[in-house]
Design a protein around this ligand. Structure first.
Ligand code: ADP
Ligand code: MG
Length: 543
């Protein structure tokens, strides 16, 4: 009797499994790594990406590039996710983590093809724990007590992070700025207390750091010129109140019989407004900020009484002002008591390039600062902002965990040597697998060489020799096509970045290895052109 076939899934469901499936997933991950490979390191290239709306982005940041690629391959997506998580967790090392994960997979691919059980391979990821332990052992920590020493360490970390970016030429300027900015924050180092504003025009070096809140002056009416632009110790009213005559604007229909009636309505309108303005004036506030518009009557009223006002302030700016200056945002002017008013040491309005900026300095509540970026093209400034974000994250990390390792492939070479030595002490398949892991780590220095146009094999041979002779911190010297002690050369990175990159990469690799079947619902494959095109074997999203 013929066995009846059991139909479990809807017709058209695509399911692939077993070794070919694993190999195809590994291949997809290689494609992802290919996409970001050339961006690694100080000699890395940038990518120009144009989305379907024609918006162009230039970036060197692995996470940004992968986010924009819109990858649909399910396994390859894992790599995008770890890059994103690395970005969120430590903010740097996003290219490294992707490359490492892809390289781990590449190194074990022959074993998968030979039919070695994935679980055996996954077991070899104990090598990660060994590597992390080793990093912790050899990382150099700095004393927190010494402020000057701590600061110079932080500047070095920031400039290593900026090395690979478009703004590398101005890295000294920006690494000082980033370190100053982070050091202004309180102990928790909240990222959102660093505001970042972009003003087109001017040179990069015209960028400045403001100790406090700063934002662009919003649209303003006549009468504004008469308002004072500078106060010491002003009280600040933070409002979500409209201070504008409403009559014409609302388009309401009001039927009146006589001129007097009409006048009464107009008067009522004015009275309501004047009543609000009077209350604000009485509260003693010198600076009035509102999320909603402040009209010409109100502007003139405040100008006459020596007050400054700005309407249509962005919510984010208003909130940051509130957090920095204290007080709270009011939706009515009924109770503007002292405890809901904010305060700062100095308020002033300043010209920055073609824009007017409001500065609030000496904020008592929360320590905050604002970086005002200057520069030419918009894409360039956006990339600058992202690069500074990387550097800020690194500095924050370095303050929290003050231990560093040498970069430029030095730490990877040292770990590789350590694991290779270790693998020789164990028998069986694990020896080969841990050896493969050790080999995979070499991708970082290799790629740094490739991107700089160096002979990678030659440099790697030199590095292996040096590390065998206890030259622990030797890495790629990108300036002289040679190797150098990168600890002395001050190419430093917080050890947490490397630890996180290693663990995340190995977790992702294990995850991909542990998937041996993909089942695709037919619905998800009907629309869109047939697959097999584009990066990551993806199809563009159907929505
Ligand atoms: P990621 O997204 O992984 O941070 P980057 O493009 O920032 O990628 O490159 C980081 C790599 O470049 C790290 O391995 C780092 O050690 C290395 N690197 C940075 N500056 C230098 C330098 N001056 N010399 C050699 N290597 C460097
Ligand atoms: Mg980086």
């Amino acid at each position: 009797m013929m066995p009846t076939q059991i139909i479990l899934l809807k017709e058209g469901t695509d399911s692939s499994q077993g070794v070919p499936q694993l190999v195809s997933n590994i291949n997809a991950c290689q494609v992802i790594a290919e996409a970001v490979r050339t961006t690694l390191g100080p000699r890395g290239m940038d990518k120009l990406m144009v989305d379907n709306r024609g918006k162009a982005t230039i970036s060197n940041d692995g996470a940004t590039i992968l986010k924009l690629l819109d990858v649909v391959h399910p396994a390859a997506k894992t790599l995008v996710d770890i890059a994103k998580s690395q970005d969120a967790e430590v903010g740097d090392g996003t290219t490294s983590v992707t490359l490492l994960a892809a390289e781990f997979l590449k190194q074990v691919k022959p074993y998968v093809e030979e039919g070695l059980h994935p679980q055996t391979i996954i077991r070899s990821s104990t090598a990660t724990q060994l590597a992390v332990k080793k990093i912790n052992e050899i990382a150099v920590s700095v004393k927190k007590g010494d402020k000057d020493e701590q600061k110079s360490l932080l500047v070095k970390c920031a400039s290593t992070a900026l090395n690979s970016k478009l703004i590398a030429v101005q890295k000294e300027f920006f690494s000082m700025m980033v370190v100053d900015a982070v050091m202004m924050l309180d102990d928790l180092l909240p990222l959102k207390m660093i505001g970042m504003k972009k003003v087109q025009g001017g040179a990069l070096e015209d960028s400045q750091l403001v100790a406090g809140v700063a934002f662009k002056k919003t649209f303003s009416y006549a009468g504004f010129e008469m308002q004072p632009k500078k106060y010491e110790n002003p009280k600040i009213a933070l409002l979500n109140v409209e201070l504008e005559l409403k009559a014409e604007k609302e388009n309401a229909e009001v039927r009146v019989k006589s001129v007097e009636d009409y006048q009464a309505i107009v008067d009522a309108e004015w009275n309501i407004l004047y009543d609000k303005l009077e209350k604000i004036y009485k509260s003693g506030a010198k600076v009035v900020l509102s999320k909603l518009p402040i009209g010409d009557v109100a502007t003139q009223f405040f100008a006459d009484r020596d007050l400054f006002c700005a309407g249509r302030v962005q919510e984010e700016d208003l909130k940051r002002t509130m957090m920095a200056c204290g007080g709270s945002i009011q939706t009515s002017v009924g109770s503007l008591t002292d405890d809901v008013l904010g305060q700062c040491a100095l308020f002033e309005e300043v010209q920055v390039g073609g824009e007017r900026y409001n500065f609030f300095k000496g904020c008592p509540k929360a320590k905050t600062c604002t970086i005002i970026l200057r520069g030419g093209a918009e894409q360039f400034m956006e990339e600058t902002e992202r690069s500074l974000h990387d550097a800020i994250m690194i500095v924050r990390r370095a303050i929290k965990n003050d231990s560093v390792v040498a970069g430029g492939g030095a730490i990877e070479m040292e770990l590789s040597k350590y694991l290779r030595d270790y693998s020789r002490t164990i028998p069986g398949k694990q020896q080969l697998l841990i050896g493969a892991y050790a080999k995979a780590l070499e991708i970082i220095p290799r790629q740094l060489c490739d991107n700089a146009g160096f002979d990678a094999t030659n440099i790697l041979n030199k590095l292996r020799a040096k590390h065998a002779q206890a030259g622990m911190w030797y890495g790629v010297d990108v300036n002289n096509e040679d190797i150098a002690d990168n600890y002395i050369a001050c190419v430093w990175e917080p050890s947490i970045v490397r630890i996180n990159a290693l663990t995340a990469a190995s977790e992702a690799a294990c995850l991909i290895l542990s998937v041996d079947e993909t089942i695709k619902n037919p619905r998800s494959t009907v629309d869109g052109p047939p697959g097999g095109q584009g990066r990551g074997r993806g199809r563009p999203h159907a929505h």
